[in-house]
Design a protein around this ligand. Structure first.
Ligand SMILES: Nc1nc2c(ncn2[C@@H]2O[C@H](COP(=O)(O)OP(=O)(O)O)[C@@H](O)[C@H]2O)c(=O)[nH]1
Ligand SMILES: [Mg+2]
Length: 184
């Protein structure tokens, strides 16, 4: 978090992390749209046997006399280029872990979660993390309890059931993370 007391400006960095196709870009697009910044989300498309995506952009709002800039990034576990990972997660203030509810993808969710743990190391304990259990509209969606057990998540973790394509609970998840960051 960067604070400019003179300009009364606070800059926060949030990363949407999760396995490929879990709904990170869809969630970010919804947020940017809601903040009137539809064209501000940039994507890099790389080719390495398959197509990889990487998004970032900033949204702005004002509360009282303070200006806020939230830098939003997405990062994919496993398929993500190793050397770009530290860059994306450097200086991160909070993470939304976007998981795919489809039962057959639990191994992908697990691998991505384990990879995040590995990258963050000891910092993971102090870093605000909110789970977006996405694609709740999938016909074979896993139950919340099963999901938590599968990833070994604490019961106290903040989790939202989301449908990114409908924007369901997407802003709620984002706001909950911002709240966690400021409560710290
Ligand atoms: N049914 C359903 N599809 C979703 C949902 N969220 C994302 N998708 C779809 O899943 C695919 C991958 O989404 P995307 O946001 O690109 O995933 P990313 O790789 O994590 O950025 C796209 O076809 C989305 O339309 C959801 O909540 N429900
Ligand atoms: Mg994406």
């Amino acid at each position: 978090m960067l604070t400019d007391l003179g300009a009364r400006k606070i800059i926060i960095k949030i990363v949407y992390f999760g396995c490929a196709m879990s709904g990170k870009t869809t969630s970010l697009k919804f947020i940017f749209e809601k903040f009137g910044r539809r064209d501000a989300l940039q994507s890099i498309e790389t080719q390495a046997g398959r197509t990889l995506f990487f998004d970032w952009g900033s949204i702005f709002f004002q509360k009282g006399q303070w200006k806020f800039q939230i830098d939003l990034w997405s990062a994919t576990g496993q398929d993500f280029y190793a050397e770009t990972r530290p860059t994306v997660l450097t200086g991160v203030d909070g993470i939304v872990f976007v998981a795919d509810s489809q039962k057959h993808l639990m191994d992908d969710n697990k691998a991505s979660w384990n990879e995040l743990s590995l990258i963050l190391g000891n910092n993971k304990k102090e870093l605000p993390i909110v789970i977006s259990l996405n694609k709740r509209d999938a016909p074979n969606a896993i139950s919340v309890n099963e999901f938590k057990n599968s990833l070994g998540l604490k019961n106290s973790i903040i989790l939202f059931e989301t449908i990114a394509t409908q924007g369901f609970n997407v802003l709620e998840t984002f706001k909950a993370l911002i709240k966690c960051i400021f409560n710290q």
